[in-house]
Ligand binder design. Structure first.
Ligand code: DAH
Length: 348
C-alpha cells in the first residue's frame, strides 16, 4: 500500500476508535498505538526517507495533518471523559440532608459528681460559697486545727496515707473549716461555705468502706447562730436529697470540733418511717454528722468565740448516693464500669 493510502487508513481508523473510547486508560492506549514511538503514524512517517524529493513534502504535510487531527481528537475526548467522570462523582456524592443523623454517644458526669452538684445547687441558692480544699493537707490542719491534738484518741479512727510526718492525704474535709475561717473578713458579712472533695482513710476496702471517698463540709459562722438554724438547714438538705416529705431527727454524738455534736437521721425515703430493709426496720437513716462549732476551733483561727459562733456539718455523698439509688457496694463507684455508671442521670 502506498504511504498516502496508509495515512488515510490510519486517519479513518483512529477517528472511529477514539470515538468509541470511554475511559482514560483506553484513550492512553490509543494515543500510544497511533502517536507513540512505535505507533502506527510514526512507523509510516519513518518510511518517508525512501520517497522521492517531490513526494516527500506532500506525504510530510499529509502526515502532519493526520497527527494534528488525531491529537485534537485525543484532547477533546480527554476533556469530555474528565467532565463525565466529574459529573458522575458529583451525582453520586450528593448529600441527602433529610437522612436522619447518627447520634453521637454522649457521656455524663459521674453519679457522685452529679450528687455533689445537686447539693451545691441547694447551698448556692441559700447564699453559701463553695470552697475548694487541699487533698494533700498538713497534719496540723487535718487534726490540730479541728481540735484533735497529737495523741488525741479520736485520731485513731482516721488513720491515713502520710507523705511526710507532717503532710498527709486528708482524712476529712474539716480542715477546710480552719483554712476558710482564718482568711474570712467578718466585717464583710457572715461566713457560709460548703466544701466538697475527696478524702482518704487507711481502710480495708469492703462493701461500705473505700480508702478514697467523698465528703461535703459545711460551715456557717456569724453572730447569733443557733441550733435551730442548723436544724432548718439540714431539713432543707434532707428534703432536697430524699423528697419533700422527709423529716430529720438529731441524736447526741461526739466530734472534737463541735459542741454539742449530733448525728442526723432522715426519715426513711422508702417506707416513710414504718420500717423496711433500707432503714433496717428503724424508720430512720443516718446521713451526716454536725454540731455547733467548738469555741477552740474559732479561737485557733483568730475568731472571738464570745462574739461569733455557728454550726458545721459533714456528709458523705457516696453514702447518700448508695442510699438513694440502692447501691449496695461503694466500690462500684470507683470501678469505672460504664454499664453501672450509665444508669445514673440525676439531671436531664
Ligand atoms: N469530719 C467528720 C468525719 O469525717 C464529719 C463531720 C462531723 C464534719 C461533724 C463536721 C461535723 O463538720 O460538724 O467523720
Amino acid at each position: 500500500m502506498e504511504l498516502k493510502d496508509r495515512l488515510s487508513d490510519i486517519s479513518a481508523k483512529a477517528k472511529i476508535e477514539i470515538n468509541a473510547v470511554t475511559t482514560m486508560e483506553e484513550l492512553e492506549t490509543l494515543r500510544v498505538a497511533y502517536l507513540g514511538k512505535k505507533g502506527a503514524l510514526t512507523q509510516v512517517l519513518k518510511g518517508m526517507k525512501d520517497l522521492s524529493a517531490e513526494e516527500r513534502p506532500v506525504i510530510g504535510q499529509l502526515g502532519n495533518k493526520v497527527r494534528d487531527e488525531i491529537t485534537t481528537q485525543l484532547t477533546e475526548t480527554k476533556t469530555s471523559i474528565e467532565k463525565e467522570v466529574l459529573n458522575k462523582r458529583l451525582s453520586e456524592e450528593t448529600l441527602d440532608v433529610t437522612l436522619p443523623g447518627i447520634k453521637p454517644k454522649k457521656g455524663q458526669a459521674h453519679v457522685i459528681t452529679q450528687s455533689i452538684e445537686e447539693i451545691e445547687d441547694l447551698f448556692l441558692g441559700m447564699g453559701y460559697q463553695i470552697v475548694e480544699g487541699n487533698e494533700v493537707e498538713e497534719d496540723y490542719y487535718n487534726f490540730e486545727r479541728v481540735n484533735l491534738p497529737q495523741n488525741h484518741p479520736a485520731r485513731d479512727m482516721q488513720d491515713t496515707f502520710y507523705i511526710t510526718n507532717e503532710i498527709l492525704l486528708r482524712t476529712h474535709t474539716s480542715p477546710v473549716q480552719a483554712r476558710t475561717l482564718e482568711k474570712h473578713d467578718f466585717s464583710k458579712g457572715p461566713l457560709k461555705m460548703i466544701s466538697p472533695g475527696k478524702v482518704y482513710r487507711r481502710d480495708t476496702d469492703d462493701a461500705t468502706h473505700s480508702h478514697q471517698f467523698h465528703q461535703i463540709e459545711g460551715l456557717v459562722i456569724d453572730k447569733h447562730i443557733t441550733m435551730a438554724d442548723l436544724k432548718g438547714t439540714l431539713e432543707a438538705l434532707a428534703k432536697k436529697m430524699f423528697g419533700e416529705n422527709r423529716e430529720i431527727r438529731l441524736r447526741p454524738s461526739y466530734f472534737p470540733f463541735t459542741e454539742p455534736s449530733v448525728e442526723v437521721d432522715v426519715s426513711c425515703f422508702k417506707c416513710g418511717g414504718k420500717g423496711c430493709n433500707v432503714c433496717k426496720q428503724t424508720g430512720w437513716i443516718e446521713i451526716l454528722g454536725a454540731g455547733m462549732t467548738h469555741p477552740e476551733v474559732l479561737r485557733m483561727s483568730g475568731v472571738d468565740p464570745e462574739i461569733y459562733g455557728g454550726f458545721a456539718f459533714g456528709m458523705g455523698p457516696d453514702r447518700i448516693a448508695m442510699l438513694k439509688y440502692g447501691v449496695d457496694d461503694i466500690r462500684n463507684f470507683y470501678l469505672n464500669d460504664q454499664r453501672f455508671l450509665e444508669q445514673f442521670k440525676v439531671k436531664g
